[in-house]
Design a protein around this ligand. Structure first.
Ligand code: PEP
Ligand code: MN
Length: 342
């Protein structure tokens, strides 16, 4: 249920609605924004309470209307929030007019490696530096990342170059330490349904990039976003990174570009695309990046490496730094053709 206040409702009137919702044992979630405050009821309302609560709320001064949200996910749905959400990542707007490119190595390996990648990001006009410190690897024998040492390098290099940073958090107990060192928290595809982790990042105020699980339906993905939103963190960015392919001969996953267009219709949250994990091959990253921007994506998450052959993780899909610079030029033209900025 959503309760829309009149545009001129006073803070006291909003407060009275919040108290009424709490009184009947439901959790109110006020969302100031646009031209009016909207209060979501972030709990499942028992059917016998629904009608009574609607009547009680409509009787309060300052209330404009009450609407039911038909989807399983509520706070993530367009029905709940008609306007596009723009997430502010330490001054970088994600979901606004400009396409936002986040790029960097799959895994942080050394200060030199991260610095070289970060310089390339900045010189090409990228605003956000990615780099994994806690790596979710399929094999327990593969490089698992530098951990807190990697986080420290990310903070140092991001600060040096004035780049906003994003890195994956894999464990609910690491949210605090990751948030101390990075500006944006990433939830990996493998953890999209790790509910304690979603709750933990929902309690943070940091923006969260939520990757789609490789086999997740759009509803499952949006319900995962709902876990974060319902904890009070409105700063969720969805990331399509490819789904399990029919054929692994040529690509690692299959980029579901229609998901971008569909999710932009059914949700107000920004949607970005990761063409690197979607294809698994640097050769196909430029084409899928251009296609993602043309399809309406709000940004891209791209793996780059100064020397992909020596990369400790995901080398085959990492763009070399000069190829990344050329791609950024192409993206400027595609963005402008579809009415977006870079
Ligand atoms: C990553 O971005 O480093 C990563 C591990 O991606 P995914 O969770 O999409 O596999
Ligand atoms: Mn990777």
């Amino acid at each position: 249920m959503i309760i829309a206040m009149q545009a001129d409702a006073t803070p006291e009137e909003v407060q009275a609605v919040i108290e009424k919702v709490s009184e009947v044992g439901m959790r109110p979630l006020p969302l100031p924004g646009g031209d009016r405050t909207v209060i979501g009821v972030a709990s499942a309302i028992p059917p016998d309470l629904r009608e009574a609560l609607t009547e009680m709320v409509l009787a309060l001064p300052g209330v404009d209307h009450v609407a039911q949200v038909s989807r399983a996910y509520k706070l993530a749905s367009r029905e709940f929030h008609a306007a596009d959400t723009v997430v502010d990542a330490r001054g970088v707007a994600i979901g606004g007019a400009a396409i936002v490119v986040m790029a960097g190595p799959c895994a942080i390996e050394s200060r030199e490696q991260l610095r070289a990648a970060a310089r390339a990001v900045r010189e090409a006009g990228g605003r956000i530096l990615r780099g994994g410190a806690f790596k979710a690897r399929t094999s327990p024998y593969a490089f698992q990342g530098l951990g807190v040492e990697g986080l420290k390098l990310l903070k140092e290099v991001g600060g040096e170059l004035g780049l906003v940073t994003v890195t994956e958090v894999m464990d609910q107990h690491d949210v605090e330490v990751v948030a101390e060192h990075a500006d944006i928290l990433q939830i990996g595809a493998r953890n999209m349904q790790n509910y304690p982790l979603l709750v933990a990042v929902g309690k943070s105020t940091h923006p969260v990039v939520l990757k789609r699980g490789a086999s997740a339906t759009l509803d499952e993905w949006l319900l995962a976003a709902e876990y974060i939103l319902s904890q009070g963190n409105p700063n969720v960015v969805l990331c399509e990174r490819g789904v399990h392919p029919l054929d692994r001969t040529y690509t690692r996953n299959t980029l579901d570009l229609s998901a971008v267009s569909v999710v932009k219709e059914i949700s107000h949250l920004p949607v970005i695309v990761d063409p690197s994990h979607a294809t698994g091959s640097w050769k196909h990253v430029p084409a899928m990046s251009r296609a993602a921007v043309a399809a309406g994506a709000d940004g891209l998450l791209i793996e780059i490496h100064p020397d992909p052959k020596r990369a400790l993780c995901d080398g085959p899909q990492a763009l070399k730094l000069d190829a990344f610079a050329r791609l950024m030029e192409d993206l400027r033209r595609v963005a402008s053709a579809v009415g977006r900025e870079t």
